[in-house]
Structures are given as structure tokens and as C-alpha cells.
Design a protein around this ligand. Structure first.
Ligand code: NAD
Length: 249
């Protein structure tokens, strides 16, 4: 049996870039061993992120898997436990670009499968746990042209509440982060989708935030750091807005 880091083992999906990568590195700095997942097309970037986890003195393990595939998520969780010795924190971060059709709802199914298999594993371990999902401002307020994305993020809020109720008695908390605009590769896709020149969207969105600017991945990672900690035990079933003051619950 592997020797588990004092803080435990975290699995972060969609960890090769953007918010997921920042979360993986932050959790490594916090003292977690970290399993990093992404799709095969991102293998090289995932390996680089894993090297940065290792540079923080923690064990890193890469898993190539599609989180919208039931079998692959089950195998992924099994693999994390086999290699790193358990699972204490699941961050179901992976998401697809917002400009997708209504037929592509893998964001929701991927989150559902991650909650399901992480919850099963954490219950079996009997030492509690933290399950954390990626919601969005569009999971609180619908937006034109983002129907599939927005509906999937509303769904993640519902899933987070239901899982929190079901898993609470096992000392497993379930929460989500709900960012406003954050500068990541997903953002670049959005600019292309909308057809705005680089910089214009950032200017427009900055004006709609109370603080007057948009977020960066490390801002979200800092919130996840708290959600993953032991100190957050009383917080569950929430989708926490982190958007510089754009939406007030
Ligand atoms: P990103 O596109 O930069 O990174 C997402 C990562 O997820 C990619 O590496 C991608 O390959 C991976 N991924 C996609 N589908 C996958 C699958 N089926 N299996 C495994 N990996 C998969 O995105 P980001 O901006 O870092 O967003 C991360 C999360 O935060 C997403 O869930 C997104 O919806 C949410 N979010 C982002 C923003 C933003 O403005 N960037 C705002 C609100 C919410």
C-alpha cells in the first residue's frame, strides 16, 4: 500500500490547462498528492502539469480518460486508488467550450460520473472527503446563445445539492465553484465563437464586475483550496459565485 500524503489524495479532471491546471498545482502546494486527468489529445500538456506537481514535492499521476464515459471514470478512480493509495478530494473541473450545441452535454454527464464514482470510493474508505464541481455564473443566470452550457451548469448545482444531502452522513461534503469570466483557453474559444477581436470581450466583461476586472485561474484555485480543506467541513451543497461581483445570490 502506497504511503499517502498527510493531506491526502486529490484528483483533478481537465487538469492540463486553465482552471484545472491551477487547481492541481495549488492542491500540490497545499500538501496533496495529485492525480491529473485530461483527454488523450492533451497528454503532453498534462505531463508538464504533472512535472510541476512533482516539483512541489508531491506525488503526481496522470490519467488519460474521457470523463463523459462511465467505464473510463470508474477505471480512473480505481487507478488513482491503486497508484496513490486512496481518494480524498475529487475536483470535477473538466468542461467543454461554451459555444457547443444542445446535443453536446458532456459537461453535465462528466460531472455526474465523477461525483458518483468519487462518492462510492470515499464511502468505502470511511474517512470522509471533498467533492467539488465546476459550475459557472451561467449556472445561476441564463444567457443568450449559451443554452446547453447554461443548462448543464444549472444541472451541476442541482447535482451538488442532492449529492451533499446523500453523502453528508459519510462526512463527504459536495460543493461547486461558480466563476464569472476567467482568462483561460476556454475564453479564447469563446472569443472565436462570438467573433470579437482579442481584448474587446475582456474590456466589456470587466465593466460588468464590481471590481472592474476579470479573474485568472489562480483566483479560482484559491477558493478550491479552501473547499478541499478540513476546515470547510460545515460548508456543503453550495455553488459559490466567484466573479468579482457580477451576480449576487
Ligand atoms: P479549458 O477549456 O481551458 O480547460 C478545460 C479542460 O477540460 C481542457 O484541458 C479539456 O481538454 C478538458 N476536458 C474537456 N472535456 C473533457 C472530457 N470529456 N474528459 C476529460 N477532460 C476534458 O477550460 P477552463 O476555462 O479552465 O474551465 C474549467 C471549468 O471551469 C469548466 O468546467 C468550465 O465550464 C468552468 N468555467 C470556466 C469559466 C471561464 O471563464 N474560463 C467560467 C465559468 C466556469
Amino acid at each position: 500500500m502506497a504511503i499517502i500524503a498527510e493531506k491526502g489524495v486529490a484528483l483533478v479532471t481537465g487538469a492540463s490547462q486553465g482552471i484545472g491546471r491551477a487547481i492541481a498545482l495549488r492542491l500540490a502546494s497545499d500538501g496533496f498528492d495529485v492525480a491529473l486527468n485530461d483527454i488523450p489529445a492533451c497528454e503532453a500538456m498534462l505531463a508538464t502539469a504533472a512535472e510541476e506537481v512533482a516539483a512541489r514535492g508531491r506525488r503526481a499521476h496522470c490519467i488519460l480518460a474521457d470523463v463523459s464515459n462511465d467505464q473510463q471514470v470508474e477505471t480512473m478512480v480505481f487507478d488513482v486508488v491503486r497508484v496513490l493509495g486512496g481518494l480524498d478530494v475529487m475536483v470535477a473541473n473538466a468542461g467543454i467550450s461554451m459555444m457547443k450545441s444542445i446535443f453536446d452535454m458532456s459537461t453535465f454527464s462528466g460531472t455526474f460520473l465523477c461525483y458518483k464514482y468519487a462518492g462510492k470510493q470515499m464511502m468505502a474508505q470511511g474517512r470522509g472527503g471533498r467533492i467539488i464541481g465546476a459550475c459557472s455564473g451561467t449556472g445561476k443566470q441564463g444567457q443568450a446563445s449559451l443554452s446547453a452550457y447554461s443548462a448543464s451548469k444549472f444541472g451541476i448545482r442541482a447535482l451538488t445539492q442532492c449529492a451533499a444531502l446523500e453523502f453528508g452522513k459519510y462526512r463527504i461534503t459536495v460543493n461547486a465553484y461558480a466563476p464569472g469570466p476567467v482568462k483561460t483557453p476556454m475564453w479564447d474559444d469563446l472569443e472565436v465563437g462570438i467573433g470579437t477581436p482579442p481584448g474587446v470581450l475582456e474590456d466589456q466583461l470587466s465593466k460588468t464586475a464590481a471590481v472592474g476586472y476579470v479573474g485568472v485561474p489562480n483566483d479560482i484555485a484559491a477558493l478550491v483550496s479552501f473547499l478541499a480543506s478540513k476546515e470547510s467541513h460545515l460548508l456543503t451543497g453550495q455553488a459559490i459565485s466567484i466573479d468579482g461581483g457580477r451576480h449576487f445570490d
